[in-house]
Structures are given as C-alpha cells and as structure tokens.
Design a protein around this ligand. Structure first.
Ligand code: ZN
Ligand code: ZN
Ligand code: ZN
Ligand code: ZN
Length: 419
C-alpha cells in the first residue's frame, strides 16, 4: 500500500519543501472529514484477478470557508463557480471551450489539484472538467463515444490537464503562506464578463470595455442589463470600474454553485461500522430518484452481470454516500462502473493525443455531484451513472498549456422509467 500512498499524497499537498514534511505545514488545506483506514480496491466485481490493494481517494464537497481559499495561487481543488486557471493566460479557446453538439460555451464542473511528485514538469498539476448542461448533448456524446475516432472528436464533456514546474512565471516557487499576503505573480487573461470562465477575447463594440468569450454570452449580457450599462460606460470612463467587475471577480451567472473539494481516503466499511441506512442506494435517493424505480429496472434486467455490477457499485458507494469524486492514479486500479454495459474496452480508450503514450484511469465523478449542483431530477435534466477520466500516464509536457484528456460517459439506460 505504501508506494501508492506516496503518489496519492500529491492530491492533498503542495508542500514545496522536501525536508519540511510536517502535516500541519501543508498549504493545501482540505482536511479529511474523518481520518480513516484505507479501503482495499479489491475487485469485487471485475473479471480480472486483482489482489492488489489500492488506495482510492474520495472527494467531498464543502461550502468554502471563505472564497479567498479558492483562488488560483492557492492551488485549490474545487467544484462549481468559475475555474481557478492554473496557467491564467493561455486558456483553451475556440472549439475547445464549447460543446461540440450545441455550440454553447461549456460550464465549469470541477478542478482537482493533483501534482506528481516524481515529475518536475508537473510540480503543479491541475485537471479541469467542463460540461454542457444539456442532457441531450450528453446523450449524443455518450452515443458517439463508441464511434469516435481519435481526430477532433465532438464532445459535451471536456477535461484539460495543466501543469507547471516549480519555477514558473505565474507563481512564487515558495509555498503560499495562506495568510492573505499571497499573490499571483501576474494578472491572468481578461475573462468573459458573462460566464467568468473563458477568455474574453471578443470586445463590446459600444463601450469597447466589456469582454466576452462568445457572441452568445455577449447577447445574454446585453439583454440582462449591459444595454444600459454600455451607454453609461461610454459617457463616463470612470463608471467602467463600477459597472464592469475586475478580472477574477467576474460574477458567474451561468455556473453551478461553488464548493471546495475535500479529499479523504475511502472508508473501510468493515472497520468503521457504517450505519444501517447508508447501505441503501443513497446515490439514487440523494438525487431524488426513488430506489424502487431503480430496483424495478434492475429486476427486469436479465444480465446477472449488471445486477452484480450495480450491487457492487452501490455497496462501494454506500461506504461514503456523499462522495462526488473517486481518484486513484495507479495503473492497476480500475474505475468503479455502475453497470457492466456501457463500459469501454481497451480499444475504446485512445492514446494520448500529444505524446501517443497510453492513457490511464485517474478519476471519475459520481451522480451525487448533481445533487450539490441543484440539478433537479426531471426527464430532461442532466444525469449520469459515472464519468470516468483517463489521462496521459506519463503526464507528458508538450508545448500547450491545456492538454485535453479523455472522458468516458456512462449513462443509465434510457429505458429506465422516470418519475
Ligand atoms: Zn451542448
Ligand atoms: Zn462567456
Ligand atoms: Zn458595451
Ligand atoms: Zn501524453
């Protein structure tokens, strides 16, 4: 177990001093909700033999203690709100920032700070996930993943990896002191005044001040009040500061609620004596989907494999029902699938589009996230069984700041009757 623990420490720490390894000094604060023993990732379900025990880290959402903790120079792991771009200048633009199906700018889902200690180029390393909020687009994305060839795929879910060496132009090489005196070394790119997420490289033709990532967001801003503000800005140059927010303080009108992500080891149910209720399918309950719906669907399901898979998924989740994220960067560890149908086989996982090396499982998001994002359980609302992210095993360092990684979408079957 120890070698894994080493790799995984990266998720929680930004300790920049090798010799100073005192836990209390770790700058990246997410403290475990409870300290627990490591659960074996034994393959209760998988076909292959897997004796190896691997440490899976779980992500839980908490309201930020104060918003300043989620700024980019503190290297946060966070969900919702706007991204804390690690490289604040060379952001993904164009098609990379939009849904490949409806063309709308993608919404920020979450980011995970996951440096790799053994890789100097990944001294800082953050994974960013974005998604189109349309379930129709997610359906099309999931459908196309079977036929997707490696070049320029259409996606409604995108994951980017950004990494920096210890010495870089954006941040001090010393760990942040976290006493409010920390500052990034330079300003980031100007962001869209509507979504606060993407680069604002289009400028309002009236005031020449307000910036947008897309014409869609310009139109939305215009209708929601910039029509009046624009004139005000034109007539008085001083007004622009009160009407247009400063970079980094952009209101995120289109975003999901903001949380910080706390990372914890997976609870070992056996040693922890989990309470009775949590053995039920809490994932479904939390997202407002009654158990019996799922149960009746499972009852008609003929394949034992799927029943078995579902039962194992539920059991595993029930150890910590509020988990929104599972993380384990270990080539031997497999994702936790909700269903045996709709999983990729090896040829379905492409190689890294930058270095051509293999991709491996790094993390997955759970349906619980939808509950925290306030997504209602309605017929066309966003829903997934799990979304699994595969990243370059070598975490290659190519000449592009945001390298797109690969996400695999597993949805519940559409035949499921919804309340
Ligand atoms: Zn879309
Ligand atoms: Zn925008
Ligand atoms: Zn304007
Ligand atoms: Zn690569």
């Amino acid at each position: 177990m120890e070698p894994n623990a080493d790799k995984l420490r990266g998720l929680r720490i930004t300790s920049l001093d090798d010799e100073d390894d005192d836990e209390t000094e770790l700058p990246n604060q997410p403290l475990p909700a409870s300290t627990v023993t490591v659960a074996a990732a034994a393959s209760g379900y998988d076909d292959e033999d897997e004796d190896e025990e691997a440490e899976v880290m779980l992500g839980f959402l908490e309201k930020p203690k104060h918003p300043g903790l989620l700024l980019r120079h503190l290297f946060p792991s966070k969900a919702g709100g706007i991204p804390a771009w690690l490289d604040p200048v060379n952001l993904p633009t164009g098609n990379s920032s939009c849904c490949g199906f409806c063309g709308e700018p993608l919404h920020f889902v979450l980011q995970i700070y996951a440096p790799i200690e053994s890789n100097a180029a990944a001294f800082h390393r953050t994974l960013f996930m974005f998604m189109c909020p349309s379930m129709a687009c997610l359906h099309r994305d999931q459908h196309e993943q079977w036929t997707r060839n490696q070049g320029n795929p259409r996606r409604s879910v995108r994951v980017f990896r950004c990494q920096l060496p210890r010495t870089n132009v954006f941040y001090s090489s010393e760990p942040p002191s976290r006493n409010n005196s920390d500052k990034p070394l330079c300003a980031g790119a100007a962001l869209c005044h509507w979504c606060g997420t993407w680069k604002g490289d289009k400028i309002c033709g009236g005031c020449k001040k307000s910036r947008y990532c897309s014409e869609k967001h310009q139109a939305l801003h215009w209708r929601s009040g910039h029509k009046n503000d624009c004139l005000q800005i034109i007539n008085s140059s001083e007004a622009s500061s009160s009407v247009l927010p400063a970079v980094g303080k952009v209101p995120a009108r289109t975003s999901w609620p903001e949380y910080q992500i706390a990372i914890d080891d997976e609870v070992d149910l056996d040693s922890d004596g989990c309470d009775e209720d949590s053995s039920k399918s809490l994932v479904m309950q939390k997202h407002g989907k009654p158990d019996d719906t799922m149960q009746s669907w499972m009852d008609q399901f003929e394949a034992d494999a799927d029943n078995q898979c579902w039962a194992y998924f539920q059991e595993r989740i029930s150890r910590a029902p509020e988990q929104v994220l599972r993380y384990c960067r270990d080539p031997n560890v497999k994702p936790l699938w909700a269903l045996s149908a709709g999983r990729p086989s090896n040829p379905d996982i492409p190689s890294c589009s930058y270095c051509k090396g293999p991709l491996c499982y790094e993390f997955q998001i759970m349906p619980q996230l939808l509950y925290y994002f306030g997504v209602r359980n309605e017929p066309n609302s966003l829903d997934w069984a799990t979304i699994v992210v595969y990243t370059c095993q070598g975490s290659c360092d190519q000449n592009i700041s945001y390298k797109e990684e690969f996400a695999w979408v597993q949805l519940y079957p559409t035949s499921i009757s919804r309340p």
